[in-house]
Design a protein around this ligand. Structure first.
Ligand SMILES: Nc1ncnc2c1ncn2[C@@H]1O[C@H](COP(=O)(O)OP(=O)(O)OP(=O)(O)O)[C@@H](O)[C@H]1O
Length: 628
């Protein structure tokens, strides 16, 4: 009982503005639903009581032809709200489809959709509405609502497009792409839920616009004058010069109703804005947010940051531009603490490649792989002629300074490269357990989807961003399993998710949690569990523990190694941290300026690093006391 009361209380909005808005809208909805049942006259029926003020007989008076204003008002409420609702829904459907497609697909599709949006934005809405209404074969209210929607979707579509463009590069979208989800699914199931406040706000604006446009059209005599609406009431009141004859009861109710419902919807919209943008919270709601945060163990600074205060985050420590200082075509490396990139201070030398001591069969082979980024300063050879082999069950550590090409190499192998990157040469192949070989670089979208996650999975650098913030852990497991194992029912999917959570040391009861309810270490474990759920042959892990504190990092690493022993998958582990790689890897590949400079068994590299760049990396670790 008390639980029911608590959940009902949670439904009541906290902000006074939103409460007022909801109250107004609820009152009008009740008028629209119940009002016509309480009317004693038909809205169209005429009588001999002409232009009478409000009385016990006619609660809101009568019109010039003796029609009951109350009956017209409540029937008009139904029609006007319905037109607003239909216009709002249709307009948002257009906005969402066009904004999402353009923002996500980019290219020619986006150009065309953007031109279309721009055309509808520059044409003034009302004249277009009048012209389109003129061509309507019938002036039914539904047709008018659709025409209103056609003239009002563009503004919202532009905002949704911009938001989609900013979300499409986020890691949780990358993760969804890596897991083989289709583009349509990513757009509608991953990106769209993150924009719901925007869509809801656009919807409310369209509803207001719909009610106002219908009133405007009817007032001009262009609406359906045989249907009673607030707009047609105003039209007839104006034609009969009600203003001059002082018949206020005829035009005030519909006019006021339009203004009040518009205000009510705008107040709700304000609440949505506050929810989506905490910076807008003022007064008590902001204090509540701060108090809530303090109660939850945060401090005032974090609360302020959560409320939109400036967040200070460490950026990359070195130059990230596409060109190094000496050679415009050479990848840049970051400055060390002394201000010079290690890669710049160490002399060039021939690569040192030693045979692998891992016994398993090859699972991923990159052969003379090269990747370029054409830029206006020249072409960046981010990966240059790299050949390496990952064996079944092997942990291959990929080391090198920032900018040495590690991410570009793993993205090329997993087919996650983004324009302007292009494969300049070489090949990548995947060999399955039965010995079947697949050329990864020539796989089409369908082939790629089939291999992703079932054979090759990815754990991204920061699980905070790699998990979709607005869906539960359960549905993120579900998304991956459903795409690749459509034969599994919901119960089996849940069972798999629970089992894998347990395997990474998380209580399966947390399946219903949202990412923000978990600690950083737990989120990273969840990301690993999701990567494991279809038991792939290879997992690419891009700095999976960098964002974690040392203790949690250690726990997660131990877990990864244990899981590798249990499942037997191979790992490509990317990090700047050579000490960590030496500890967990079977083999190590060291990259410098896009080249593989040293590659071989980890133990041998630790004992006897031969390339000056590797030696200098090890020396710097020794100086820091990181090597035992
Ligand atoms: N979109 C791009 N356009 C132009 N150059 C790029 C682009 N992305 C990366 N590069 C360049 O390619 C080189 C390799 O970058 P990459 O991100 O692969 O290095 P990394 O070793 O993974 O670095 P980090 O550890 O910082 O992620 C760098 O010189 C970088 O400046």
């Amino acid at each position: 009982m008390s639980t029911t009361r608590t959940s009902l209380t949670r439904l009541v909005p906290r902000s006074g503005k939103v409460r007022a808005g909801v109250l107004i809208v609820v009152v009008f909805v009740l008028i629209a639903v119940i009002g016509p049942l309480t009317a004693r006259f038909s809205p169209q029926a005429t009588s001999f009581d002409l232009l009478r003020p409000p009385s016990a007989e006619h609660w809101m008076g009568t019109t010039q032809t003796g029609q009951d204003v109350y009956a017209q008002f409540v029937t008009g409420a139904r029609v006007s709200l319905l037109v607003g609702l239909v216009a709002g829904v249709v307009s948002q459907v257009f906005s969402v489809i066009i904004g999402l497609l353009g923002g996500y697909l980019r290219g020619v599709a986006d150009d065309l959709l953007y031109i279309l949006t721009a055309v509808f934005l520059v044409i003034p809405g009302m004249p277009l509405l009048i012209v389109l209404t003129g061509y309507l074969p019938s002036r039914g209210m539904f047709a008018i609502a659709v025409v209103i929607a056609i003239t009002s979707w563009a503004g919202s579509a532009r905002v949704i497009r911009a938001q989609t463009m900013s979300l499409r590069g986020r890691e949780f979208v990358e993760a969804a792409r890596a897991s083989g989800e289709s583009r349509i699914r990513i757009m509608f199931a991953e990106v769209l839920p993150n924009m719901l406040p925007l869509v809801a706000s656009g919807f409310l604006f369209s509803v207001i616009g719909g009610i106002l446009s219908e009133a405007g059209l009817s007032f001009l005599g262009l609406g359906s004058l045989t249907t009673v609406s607030w707009g047609s009431m105003l039209y007839f009141a104006q034609s009969a010069q009600a203003l001059l004859s002082g018949a206020w009861w005829w035009y005030v109710p519909p006019g006021l109703a339009i203004a009040v419902i518009g205000a009510g919807l705008a107040l709700i919209n304000f609440g949505i804005d506050e929810y989506a943008n905490p910076r807008l919270r003022t007064g008590s709601s902001r204090h509540r947010a701060v108090r809530g945060s303090l109660a939850a163990g945060g401090d005032a600074t974090t609360a302020d940051a959560a409320a939109g205060g400036a967040a200070v985050s460490a950026g990359p420590t070195g130059p990230t531009g596409p060109a190094g200082p000496k050679d415009p075509a050479a990848p840049s490396a970051p400055a060390t603490s002394t201000g010079t990139a290690l890669a710049d201070t160490v002399p060039e030398a021939d690569p040192v490649i030693r045979p692998s001591d891992v016994t398993g069969d090859p699972v991923i082979e990159a052969d003379h792989l090269s990747v370029d980024y054409p830029t206006e300063h020249g072409t960046v050879h981010a990966v240059d002629d790299v050949t390496l082999t990952l064996h079944r069950g092997e942990i291959l550590g990929l080391a090198g300074e920032s900018g040495s090409g590690k991410s570009t190499l793993t993205n090329a192998i997993t087919r996650m490269l983004r324009p302007p990157a292009r494969i300049a040469g070489g090949s990548v192949s995947y060999t399955d357990a039965a010995g079947g070989r697949t050329d990864l670089l020539s796989l089409d979208a369908r082939g790629l989807r089939a291999i992703r996650w079932t054979e090759i999975a990815v754990v991204f650098q920061s699980a905070m961003n790699a998990l979709n913030p607005v869906t539960t852990i359960h549905s993120q497991f579900d998304d991956v399993i459903r795409v690749h194992r459509p034969d599994l029912g919901p119960a089996r999917r849940t069972e798999l998710a629970r089992e894998h959570l347990r395997r990474v040391g998380i209580d399966p009861e947390r399946l219903g949690a949202y990412p923000h309810e978990l600690s950083g270490g737990m989120k990273q474990r969840v990301a690993i569990a999701i990567a494991l759920v279809l038991e792939p042959d290879v997992i690419f892990m891009d700095e999976p523990t960098t964002a974690l504190d040392l203790l949690v990092q250690r726990e997660v690493l131990d877990q990864i190694v244990r899981l590798r022993e249990e499942y037997g998958f191979a790992i490509v582990f990317t990090t700047h941290d050579l000490a960590l790689l030496l500890e967990i890897s079977d083999s190590i590949a060291v990259m410098r300026r896009g080249h593989l400079v040293e590659y071989g068994p980890a133990a041998e590299i630790y004992r006897d690093a031969r390339h000056p760049y590797t030696r200098s990396l090890l020396d710097s670790l020794e100086a820091l006391g990181s090597l035992a």
